[in-house]
Design a protein around this ligand. Structure first.
Ligand SMILES: *Cc1c(COP(=O)(O)O)cnc(C)c1O
Length: 949
């Protein structure tokens, strides 16, 4: 083994096993080197096509110094641009105990409710916060950003509106411009016509199946929409309202004026601007529509003992099951950011939020009065925090003067500019603005302006209903209380800071501290996405370097960082394919072939992109059935648009036929979409852009170290070959204006430093080694466990790629123990379950990643073997078929102190291995009842009495 030089010292921090372990693991597998192993695993036909090798790796200290230099090129102006993004103060205890705390940010999506009660409670608080402020009956646990939430609302209205004859969606000209752009992108492939207009002059609402309004309007006006909503309802059209959460603390909420959907961003509840993201969007609707709502929903249920327990409700709606009939392709959302926003509300409480809103509003009113005193005309009669000022011929000069003073104002046109105030605005800031506008004259005195100042909200729209009366929003207002609440919730959960999370297809690897540090630096946090380009030179260096790195890793020619999740990358990729076909006059190409084994987002995305899904078969080894694929490609050759194929396959195998498969698609006029969410076994070893792919998305929140955050944030960039570059997503703030798929030009820009740091520290050789180690770790587990549970699929060499599927169906037949029982029993051993029943029902898919040490892999294997021995005891009758530690898992501490009626001991229940004695995870609830939860859907915090017996 060549000694890694000191420059690459991080490589050994990122990779779990040490040299001696690696040798032992290789020996078990019968190889004498890592290269020997991966040479065998990677098919010859695709080997060695990555160009990463030349990238050197920097030490942690050097990489941090380098990114600090980059960050310092960003200029932090006082920013009043607004337009959906506002300054906010992240409370320090939330910054430190949540955003910067691995117990929160390294958690996985809460599919296993027993080990996720903490983050599920935080999300339930978020849902309660949203339904409360919007006045809607039910809210989900976040979407990706306000613009995509609006697009989801449009298709939601299309599905539910009874005005079936219409294909037209009305969007108010008062919506944020970036929202309108994303709506247009989403509407086009679906044949929906977005009509942007002034809602005051709609002559015939019956033309529309739905409408989107903005409240308050983007320019600052507050309109009374009551009558308009009634007009839409009278013709069976549905109304979605994009609303500002802070304003809703003072204004009549959309739910009280008849809205069918309320949506928007929770950014200004403590989440930094971050150059556009990540932030949590929200989506709320009527109870009657809940089954059609996009995204995830947390609901109450009960556990085995009848105690209240939380879980993700209606999981059967998710795309894995509904596939192309899914309501949406959203998978990863914005959980971490939703939790920040919910804790911001928990910390400030209703009084605190109202105070912030009233202060912001009062300062805006003072500013408006001062501007009028200076002779400017302010266009709004009623406003909350935003003003449009008629500045006439002085407009350009005012912008220039503002910039010179380190201030950004919103550019509207050459006659007007805009100003949005926020939580960070104070007296000094308003005085500075007044001085700026005074333009040499004496500005009116702040103190004089404040006398007689009154609310400028419309009298008839002042909020009458109380907000946030639930105890959770009224109890944790001291820092000590909040710190302990956050700790209490985190302690209920299993995240990567406690044990490995062996989730197949999700790559739960190390999120290194040095990668995470830069994301909370103000140089990255304080930038508005629409600030003038010369202020974001740091970001533009970061993004162009990252694009080049990702091109090198994937073998593609161009990259877009805009998609803010894998699902959005898939969407952007299919849109690029669609636009390419259209540009060649091939407008009939609308068929997308998708192998049976695909991730559920693939078919859901294809149908969003206006394509028809044709499913192709897999053979008994789990590989794409090439004959079937060829037959279908030829059958549809006139209409073939694309193939979406995951590589390595969702079955965890490098399929040898990938080049041939790509050739078949190309020969029939289609484009090849390679789902690269599973890149972890490929980086540095082979590259999709070199073995047939035209486009791929990567999940930076899997392969490239962005933490899962309990279900988001994510980044799903796409790489494309040269011919598709012209069709990458654009943005009004970029060179190419069309085709925005996210609200901000770089989507979730502020977490891109994580991936930049990872690649910079690992270097080409380190990344290659990480892939090799991911393969070694997966094969080590497969080999250690195969005599206990059959490994479902391997390549022709008997090896797997980065993950392996264990078949639990045989033991189900022999013992009645199900995949669920095994998953829940793992909790008693202190482990998060692997991916359950995907892509094959009755199986567990395990992906250890390179970051797990041999000790941890052995600890996991020992647990699985101990579980197999318990199953054997059930098989041979030593353990009761129904009353056994597997069926009753997980075991809580509380049940130990009651009467013990089981046929096995307490020790076996909770300490099945002696090693657990010194470090035991105690689940706060017993096994959660899924059916009960869906039958009795409760998706907001119930009154506190419900928690007591
Ligand atoms: C995770 C995953 C996706 C979806 O990514 P999200 O970020 O959750 O939207 C798509 N395809 C595959 C193969 C995946 O593993």
């Amino acid at each position: 083994m060549t000694k890694l030089n000191t420059q690459n010292e991080f490589v050994a921090r990122h990779i779990g096993p040490r040299e001696a372990d690696i040798a032992a693991m290789l020996e078990l597998l019968g190889f004498d080197s890592l290269d020997g192993l991966t040479d065998k695993v990677i098919p010859d036909s695709i080997k060695g096509s990555s160009v990463l090798g030349s990238l050197p790796g920097l030490s942690e200290a050097d990489a941090l110094a380098k990114i600090k230099t980059i960050a310092s090129k960003n200029k932090q102006f006082k920013t009043y641009i607004g337009q959906g993004y506002y300054g906010t103060l992240t409370p320090s205890p939330i910054l430190r105990n949540l955003l910067e705390n691995p117990a929160w940010y390294t958690a996985y999506t809460p599919y296993q409710p027993e080990i996720s009660q903490g983050r599920l409670e935080a999300l339930l608080n978020f849902q309660t916060l949203i339904s409360d402020l919007t006045g809607m009956e039910i809210a989900n646990a976040s979407l990706l950003d306000e613009a995509t939430a609006a697009a989801e609302a449009m298709t939601f209205c299309k599905r539910l509106s009874k005005n079936k004859g219409s294909n037209r969606f009305f969007a108010s000209v008062h919506c944020h411009p970036q929202t309108l752009d994303v709506l247009r992108t989403r509407a086009e492939p679906l044949g929906i016509e977005v009509v942007v207009g002034d809602e005051a002059s709609i002559s015939d609402p019956a033309e529309f199946f739905g409408a989107l309004l903005q409240y308050p309007a983007s320019n600052g006006d507050i309109f009374d929409y009551r009558e308009l909503v009634e007009r839409f309802h009278a013709v069976n059209a549905l109304v979605a309202v994009a609303a500002d959460l802070l304003a809703l603390t003072l204004l009549t909420p959309p739910g009280e004026f008849g809205a069918d959907v309320a949506l928007g961003s929770a950014q200004r509840f403590g989440v930094p601007l971050g150059f556009g993201g990540p932030h949590a969007a929200y989506f709320a609707t009527r109870d009657a529509f809940k089954r059609d709502m996009p995204g995830r929903l947390v609901g109450m249920s009960i556990d085995r003992f009848g105690k209240p327990a939380l879980r993700l409700a209606m999981q059967t709606r998710e795309q894995h099951i509904r596939r192309e009939k899914a309501t949406s392709n959203i998978c990863t959302a914005q959980v971490l950011l939703a939790n920040i926003a919910s804790m911001y509300a928990v910390y400030h409480g209703p009084k605190g939020l109202i105070e912030i809103a009233e202060r912001t509003h009062a300062l805006t009113a003072i500013l408006a009065k001062g501007l009028k005193a200076l002779g400017y005309s302010v266009e709004q009669t009623h406003f909350f925090d935003t003003l449009t000022v008629a500045t006439g011929a002085q407009t350009a000069a005012l912008h220039a003067k503002a910039r010179a003073a380190g201030i950004n104002l919103r550019e509207i046109d050459d006659q007007r500019l805009g100003l949005s105030l926020d939580e960070t605005t104070d007296q000094a800031a308003v005085e500075a603005l007044l001085n700026l506008f005074a333009d040499g004259k004496t500005a009116p005195k702040f103190d004089e302006l404040t006398t007689g100042i009154s609310s400028q909200l419309p009298q008839g729209l002042k909020r009458q209903s109380a907000i946030l009366e639930h105890p959770v929003f009224n109890r944790y207002h001291s820092e000590t209380e909040l710190m302990r609440y956050l700790r209490k919730l985190a302690d209920k959960d299993l995240a990567l800071d406690r044990s490995m999370i062996p989730l197949g297809s999700c790559t739960m690897k190390l999120n290194a501290a040095s990668e995470m540090l830069p994301i909370t630096w103000p140089e990255f946090g304080n930038l508005h996405p629409f600030a003038p380009a010369e202020q974001s030179e740091g970001y533009s260096q970061l993004t162009s370097e990252l694009e080049a790195m990702l091109c090198a890793a994937t073998g593609y020619d161009g990259v877009s960082l805009q998609p803010n999740a894998g699902s959005q990358g898939e969407y952007a990729g299919l849109l690029a394919i669609r636009a390419y076909h259209l540009s060649r006059g091939d407008d009939q190409r609308d068929i997308c072939l998708i192998p049976q084994s695909a991730h559920g987002t693939n078919p859901a995305t294809a149908s969003m992109a206006g394509m028809r899904v044709v499913v192709t078969a897999c053979d008994s080894n789990g590989n794409v059935d090439i004959a079937d694929l060829k037959a279908k490609a030829e059958e549809h050759r006139e209409r073939l648009a694309a193939l979406m194929i995951t590589y390595p396959s969702t079955h965890g195998v490098f399929e040898e036929g990938i080049r041939e498969i790509s050739q078949i698609i190309h020969d029939n006029g289609g484009q090849v979409y390679i789902d690269g969410a599973n890149m972890n076994a490929m980086v540095g070893l082979c590259a999709p852009g070199k073995f047939g792919g035209d486009v791929s998305h990567l999940n930076l929140h899997k392969t490239f170290c962005i933490p899962h955050g309990g279900g988001g944030p994510g980044v799903g960039p796409i790489g494309v070959k040269e011919h598709l570059i012209p069709f990458l997503p654009g943005h009004n703030n970029m060179q190419r204006k069309e085709g925005a798929v996210s609200a901000a030009p770089f989507g979730s820009a502020s977490i891109l430093p994580i991936t930049w740091m990872y690649i910079t520290m690992m270097g080409g050789e380190g990344l290659k080694r990480a892939s090799q180690m991911a393969i070694l770790n997966a094969n080590y587990i497969a080999r250690r466990l195969e005599e206990h549970f059959p490994v479902l699929y391997t390549g022709s060499n008997g090896l797997v790629a980065h993950e392996c599927i264990l078949d639990i169906r045989p033991v189900k037949d022999s013992s009645g123990i199900s995949v669920d029982d095994v998953a829940k029993r793992l909790i008693d051993f202190g482990f998060h379950a692997p991916t359950m029943s995907f892509p094959v029902a009755g199986t567990l898919m395990i992906e250890p990643t390179e970051s797990e040490s041999k000790e941890e892999l052995d600890r996991f294997c020992d647990a699985m073997i101990a579980i197999r021995n318990e199953i054997r005891a059930v098989e041979n009758g030593t353990l009761d078929a129904n009353d056994n530690p597997l069926k009753n898992a997980p075991h809580t501490a509380q049940e130990l102190v009651g009467e013990w009626t089981h046929s096995y001991s307490r020790e076996q229940a909770v300490y099945p291995l002696a090693s657990l004695i010194e470090a035991k995870y105690w689940p706060p609830v017993g096994r959660v009842d899924n059916v009960y939860g869906d039958r009795n859907l409760v998706c907001a915090c119930p009154p506190i009495e419900a928690y007591q017996d």
